[in-house]
Design a binder for this molecule. Structure first.
Ligand code: T6T
Length: 339
């Protein structure tokens, strides 16, 4: 009886948080406010401009939240938004879609490229065709691509994940594992790098090289199950993005080790919040995708109208735990599953 009531209460609490997030409008990050402010006035002149948003993968609450922010900005400017994305986070799927964008020649493209190298030729074609390109969330190595690049400070986010494991009780000598998506994705690679740097400072011991989920929750669960079977004293896992983290939390739960093995995941999707509430994951590093989308449009429209454009904008992340998840200042950053 008691258990049933508690679960019901948790579901209501999470539901309320998600609803609260749908109505929230972030305009915040201190590091970016002046840039966004500068571009906003120029964005007012974006009437009729055609903007395309190419997300990293379809159906991901992170990119849905980014789309919601972009929609707000195009609506404010009188521009239009066309949203596209591949079924998997895979440059071989995204590149043909980018090539179709090159042919369509929108005024501006906001894009989260799937690969630091493989995405470059298609983006170059789009840029050479006269569309303004703004990189959102992920980047390519070639610095000539993009009038502006807007992303979370992912390296710092990785450091925060290591610190969260320390807060959860891990000490020098504690064994940890990093599970990422695939190499060659700028965002998650930077998280791995930041985590590794801080983990070294804190004296954590990495049980192996970074393992990969290929952005599939089931694969994340499989990888962590194998790691738990191999290292009975594994103390903590850092899962570098939404689907990986969901799978890792499930894998640890299936092994009967929820809470004993600490899981820190990146992102804050609705299902991740349920796992946090249930104690299957102990901390989440939430990004601000709504802000990224909104500022992406503002920068693109500023560039089109000859306004001032900021070449690099780093947005903040925050650590979400059971203790602060109900705080409205935190809850407003929970990702959306629709706008
Ligand atoms: O973590 C985000 C995004 O920042 C990353 O580039 C890819 O994965 C997510 O979309 C979450 O699934």
């Amino acid at each position: 009886m008691k258990t049933t009531r508690l679960i019901g209460a948790s579901a209501v609490a999470v539901g309320a948080l998600v609803l609260a997030a749908c109505g929230s409008s972030d305009s915040s990050t201190s590091a970016t406010s002046s840039a966004a402010g500068g571009a906003s006035s120029a964005a007012a002149g974006g009437g009729g401009k055609k903007v395309t948003l190419m997300v990293g993968v379809k159906g991901d609450p992170f990119y849905i939240s980014m789309e919601c922010g972009a929609k707000e900005a195009v609506a404010a400017a009188g521009a239009t938004l066309d949203v596209q994305g591949p079924d998997k986070f895979d440059a071989t799927l995204q590149n043909p879609m980018l090539d179709a964008v090159a042919a369509a020649k929108p005024d501006a493209l906001l894009v989260a490229p799937n690969d630091v190298k493989a995405s470059t030729p298609s983006l170059k074609r789009i840029q050479d065709g006269g569309s303004k390109v703004v990189l959102v969330d992920t980047v390519v190595d070639d610095p000539s691509i993009g009038v502006s690049r807007i992303a979370t400070n992912n390296s710092l986010g990785g450091e925060k994940a290591a610190e969260a494991l320390q807060t959860l009780g891990l000490k020098a000598g504690s064994k940890v594992l990093v599970i990422s998506t695939d190499p060659g994705i700028s965002s998650v690679d930077a998280r791995v790098e930041g985590f590794g740097k801080k983990a070294k400072e804190l004296g954590f011991v990495l049980v192996s090289d970074t393992q990969y989920s290929h952005n599939q929750a089931a694969e994340g669960a499989k990888v962590v199950s194998a790691a738990l079977a191999k290292d009975a004293d594994l103390a903590g896992v850092f899962a570098t993005n939404l689907f990986t983290a969901q799978g890792v939390a499930t894998g640890v739960k299936q092994a009967g080790k929820s809470g004993a093995v600490k899981v820190v995941g990146f992102d804050a999707g609705p299902d991740q919040m349920k796992q946090l509430q249930a104690g299957d994951v102990q901390a989440l590093v939430a990004q601000k995708p709504y802000d990224i989308g909104k500022q992406g449009v503002e920068q693109a429209l500023a560039s089109l109208s000859g306004g001032s454009v900021t070449a690099k904008i780093e947005t903040e992340s925050l650590v979400v735990t059971q203790d602060n998840m109900a705080d409205p200042e935190v809850a407003k950053y929970i990702y959306k599953s629709s706008c």
